[in-house]
Write a protein that binds this ligand. Structure first.
Ligand SMILES: *Cc1c(COP(=O)(O)O)cnc(C)c1O
Length: 385
């Protein structure tokens, strides 16, 4: 295939060659656990047993590595399964991790409740405060982990600046790129060492499959992750990998629409008496707007609101929308609404990472924009009444 091709072209073709034996345009789902050997050790294309490798998983791994501009992609049963495998490859007891203070709640829980008891040390730091990040580095620090835009307040952190700080301290920089998706942002291009995804979100895009991905440029590090993926076994199954590849084909058009719908909703909410603040990087007064405009190719589909009426109004609002369904997760074609302090961020309640109880988060879908704006405004009226 000629390189470099446009993102949309690569999303539809890379790792997805038609089946040479039948001409099937869509490669078959290799729903098999094992592969026949031509004599002992005579493997066809290296496939032996699906935990070690499966052609449908290879298709997804090739595709996601290409879209992130990395040389090695790994696909997992969930985003957290990928993060766990990666952290096992990077960390030993006594090592130190510096993590954004607003990373995905499950990521914080994984490190704080699984790795810390095994002897890893964790500091949660404000990633938009570069001096604080620099000050948090110790000789034991091995990983700097960030997420931008962050969840749920859509803070934008400067990947290139954080990479500089991390590399000066001899630390690997990991970016969870789930919220932006590779269509809007490629952290490896800013010098990050590793990108992680919950492919459950925008990449899968239809709320019908769980998955995770890790993308790396370094051969030695990739070998460590490959070994653990095989030795521990948190792989994506063939059907899940196939659904994710199918989702990725339309990533570009979906994210364009998620972004334009979100921009329209954010603008409709600015100045609304029930809304104290709209957190959306596409708004000019968002503190990360300029940086997002430089670092991303669009502002994405996630919005959070702080309601002037406090927790009671926020809860009623989250329960009052009709098109926006009350559910965890994000990044699907359908719009979802969430109440972070009791839902996605319940696990950090009572810690310094807790989310204020007047915050409501919207995952803006790709439905008709007027319907979505109307739904949000009507629910605000009901909630504030
Ligand atoms: C959902 C999510 C994860 C975890 O992924 P799972 O697929 O649910 O395991 C990690 N990071 C971010 C930003 C997420 O939104």
């Amino acid at each position: 295939m000629p390189e470099p091709l446009d993102f949309s072209t690569r999303a539809i073709h890379v790792g997805q060659e038609f089946d040479p034996t039948t001409g099937s345009v869509i490669p078959p789902i290799y729903q098999t656990s094992t592969f026949v050997q031509d004599g002992i050790g005579g493997l066809r294309n290296g496939y032996e047993y699906t935990r070690g490798g499966n052609p449908t998983r290879t298709s997804l791994e090739t595709l996601i590595a290409n879209l992130e501009g990395g040389s090695h992609g790994f696909s997992f049963a969930s985003g957290l399964a990928g993060e766990d495998t990666l952290l096992r490859a990077l960390l030993r007891p006594g090592d130190h991790v510096v993590m954004g203070n607003d990373v995905y709640g499950g990521t914080h829980r994984l490190v704080n409740r699984v790795f810390v008891p095994w002897g890893v040390h964790l500091d949660s730091v404000e990633m938009t405060d570069l001096d604080a990040v620099r000050a948090a580095m110790t000789p034991a620090t091995k990983v700097l982990w960030l997420e931008t835009p962050s969840n749920p307040l859509m803070k934008i952190s400067d990947i290139a600046a954080l990479v500089e700080i991390g590399h000066a301290a001899g630390v690997l920089v990991v970016v969870d790129n789930t919220f932006a998706s590779p269509y809007l942002q490629n952290p490896l291009a800013f010098g990050a060492d590793i990108v992680t995804h919950s492919t459950t979100k925008y990449l899968g895009g239809h709320s019908d499959v769980l998955g995770g991905a890790v993308v790396i440029n370094d051969d030695e590090l990739a070998e460590k992750v490959r070994f653990l993926q095989f030795a521990v076994g948190p792989v994506s199954g063939p059907m899940d990998a196939w659904l994710t590849v199918r989702g990725i084909k339309t990533l570009a058009v979906r994210v364009e629409r998620h972004s334009s719908n979100a921009q329209a909703i954010a603008e409709a909410l600015v100045g609304h008496p029930a809304v104290g603040r709209v957190f959306y990087p596409g708004l000019p007064d968002h503190p990360g707007h300029e940086l997002a405009a430089r670092q991303m190719r669009g502002f994405g589909g996630m919005i959070s609101l702080a309601l002037t009426g406090g927790a009671a109004v926020a809860r009623t609002f989250a329960e009052s929308t009709e098109l926006f369904q009350l559910a965890e997760s994000l990044g699907g074609v359908e719009s979802l609404i969430g109440y972070p302090s009791e839902m996605t961020h319940a696990s950090v309640k009572g810690t310094s990472l807790e989310v204020a109880d007047n915050i409501v988060r919207l995952s803006v879908g790709i439905e008709g924009v007027d319907d979505l704006v109307g739904d949000v405004l009507a629910a605000l009226d009901r909630a504030a009444a």
